[in-house]
Design a protein around this ligand. Structure first.
Ligand SMILES: [Zn+2]
Ligand SMILES: [Zn+2]
Length: 396
């Protein structure tokens, strides 16, 4: 089978305190401090054989995520840009859907022919954190000494291949999407967008506890997660959704997902207006009840603080490896709260996102603006680097 495999040199940066487990397992916590000269190769591999509770899936659609681009890109010293958990070489790809081809002897929940998508977080369900707090923070997933668990497409071979093997406990049926989307091709496209939508769902409803219908919501950044957040906020009853985005294609997509106002911060700056002032203007002085940070620009915190309604919340999804200043006073006098959010697993999040898609309550498929065959992956990554798309989807 054809597979897109990422290779890099294991060359820990001076100053990175690498553990003995990381050296032995090559499952490292901070990819950007260890992997040098990343190179993507398209190669022919044997089709894996599912064992026990594993499922072999024929991949039908797989999205290119910002993390995939950052894994392929490197800094001036040649180090991979992606700062998270990684074990190379690895087949990339974690936003996907496909059809069950073959199941191991112990599989009970799916059968050949089922259409499925998968979680990316390969949590254990047995460690103390999984049992008592949250599978998205599984200690075995993050443990460099534990090769059983990790992240699909980062530490375990992912879906930018004709086939992928996943344990059945991470899979969700998308058969119900056929009622809505009619063609299988569209079902698989929609199925490949369940993962990013689940990241947004988790932040808004699971971590931040949602909002009352009628609330005002601001979404910062209209990449696939921000776009999903706009669609989710609208269907959950936000009366005004205000989005901020700089790319013109994503501005259009934000509107098509239901944003009532979309502002380009660069244009605002040219006019001498700050984003928070615009929010105050379009909310008649109230501010917003929920901010969703999906841009990866933590400096925007100041803008959120200044436009936070009394009783307002901030759901934090975007990632950036730097500190910014915070004005805690705001969180007292405006009765505010900030919620960090990571992952997408647990609490029926995937189930609920699939239900919202199959009922037509959200339709995020409009964000797919480019499609490539898996064999054209270099062309697809070249285009991804230009950042002119909503979502680029590969079809093996
Ligand atoms: Zn992703
Ligand atoms: Zn665990």
């Amino acid at each position: 089978m054809l597979a897109a495999v990422l290779y890099a040199d294991f060359d820990p940066r001076r100053g990175y305190a690498i553990s003995r487990d990381e050296v032995a397992s090559r499952k490292v916590r901070e990819g950007s401090s260890v992997w040098r000269n990343p190179r993507l190769r398209l190669e022919e591999r044997d089709i894996p054989k599912p064992r026990g509770r594993e499922v072999l899936i024929r991949v039908k659609a797989v999205g290119i995520c910002g993390s995939d681009i950052h894994m392929v890109e490197s800094d001036s010293e040649g180090y991979m840009l992606y700062p998270g958990l990684t074990r190379l070489p690895v087949v990339l790809g974690h936003e996907f859907s496909g059809i069950v081809e073959e199941v191991g002897g112990g599989v009970r929940s799916v059968k050949p022919g089922d259409m499925v998508t998968s979680e990316e977080m390969l949590w254990c369900g047995e460690c103390l954190i999984c049992r008592s707090i949250d599978v998205n923070h599984c200690t075995r997933l993050n443990d460099p000494g534990d090769l059983e668990f990790g992240e699909l497409g980062f530490t375990h071979d992912g879906a930018m291949a004709e086939y992928v093997v996943v344990h059945e406990k991470y899979l969700w049926s998308i058969n119900s999407l056929l009622d809505r989307y009619r063609s299988e091709d569209r079902v698989f496209e929609a199925g490949s967008l369940v993962e990013p939508a689940s990241v947004a769902y988790r932040a808004i409803f699971n971590r931040a506890g949602g909002f009352d219908p009628g609330s005002y919501v601001a979404v910062w950044g209209a990449g696939p997660i921000g776009l999903s957040a706009i669609a989710l906020a609208k269907t959950a009853g936000a009366s005004r959704v205000i989005a901020f985005e700089v790319s013109s294609i994503r501005i259009e997509l934000a509107r098509s997902m239901g944003a009532d106002y979309v502002f380009n911060p660069i244009e605002l700056e040219r006019m001498g207006v700050q984003p928070w002032e615009k929010i105050i203007e379009v909310t008649d002085g109230w501010g917003v009840d929920l901010h969703v940070e999906a841009s990866g620009v933590p400096e925007l915190l100041t803008q959120m603080e200044r436009s936070l309604a009394i009783g307002g919340k901030i759901a934090w999804i975007g990632r950036a490896p730097r500190s910014v200043s915070m004005y805690p006073e705001i969180f007292q006098v405006r009765r505010g709260q900030i919620y960090g959010s990571q992952g997408h697993s647990g609490w029926g999040i995937f189930r609920n996102v699939i239900r919202l898609m199959s009922s037509g309550s959200i339709d995020t498929t409009k964000m797919i603006t480019s499609r490539f065959r898996l064999s054209e992956i270099f062309k697809a990554f070249e285009r991804a680097r230009q950042r002119v798309d909503g979502k680029i989807t590969l079809k093996p």
